[in-house]
Design a protein around this ligand. Structure first.
Ligand SMILES: Cc1cc2nc3c(=O)[nH]c(=O)nc-3n(C[C@H](O)[C@H](O)[C@H](O)COP(=O)(O)O)c2cc1C
Length: 182
């Protein structure tokens, strides 16, 4: 079962900012997917991502003014290679990876059903940084699979087994480990 929301509580579904997959819509309605690790939350309702200006993701965000951050669990880590590959824009990485789409909640852009959660954004502004742009979005909704919800309404990163790239471009990821109280 999915818990679906149309507010900023969805920001809690990407706690720890694991490696994520962004889905965007090409003007032809083909769903593009790309893998991104360089992002952070910049306010309770905004996220910023360093996105290459040569990527399809960048062009689609400017064209459609929305994007979805999908959080994969370790069970679909093997699909990351396919999704991060450069494939022609007439094809969808989601199909190539054997994944399926789930309709957007507050966006036209669909998410990836096999992920543990997805957070939907409307494009806010961009800051140019050389070959990348820092793309800022404002949250409008999202969903999480109920079995991965923690008691505080955020994602339980241990149950969800989110992954974080730490040797990019080597395909190596870490899983959530020890917790210490500060
Ligand atoms: C683990 C991982 C992390 C990545 N992080 C970023 C990133 O933060 N920014 C970026 O521009 N590209 C990043 N990439 C590369 C993009 O996924 C790659 O350029 C992809 O082809 C973009 O897809 P698109 O052209 O369909 O948008 C990353 C790739 C991997 C495998």
């Amino acid at each position: 079962m999915y818990k679906e929301v149309r507010d900023s509580s969805a920001m809690g579904y990407m706690a720890t900012k694991p490696t994520m997959i962004i889905t965007t819509l090409h003007p032809s309605e083909i769903v593009n997917a790309g893998v991104f690790g360089a992002y952070t939350n910049i306010s309770p309702t905004q996220v910023g991502i360093a996105i290459s200006t040569s990527s399809h993701t960048y062009a689609n965000i400017l064209a459609n003014r929305e994007f979805v951050i999908n959080i994969p669990g370790a069970d679909i880590v093997k699909t990351i290679r396919v999704i991060a590959d450069s494939i022609p824009e007439e094809k969808s990485e989601v199909d190539e990876a054997g994944l399926t789409l789930k309709d957007g909640i507050a966006t036209k852009t669909p998410s990836i059903a096999e992920c543990v959660a997805a957070v939907e954004f409307v494009f806010d502004q961009e800051v140019s940084i050389g070959a990348h742009c820092f793309m800022i979005g404002k949250v409008v909704g999202g969903w999480i699979k109920e079995q991965f919800l923690d008691t505080d309404g955020k994602i339980d990163i241990f149950k969800a087994r989110v992954i974080k790239d730490f040797k990019y471009p080597k395909p190596l990821y870490v899983l959530p480990g020890e917790v210490i109280e500060g």
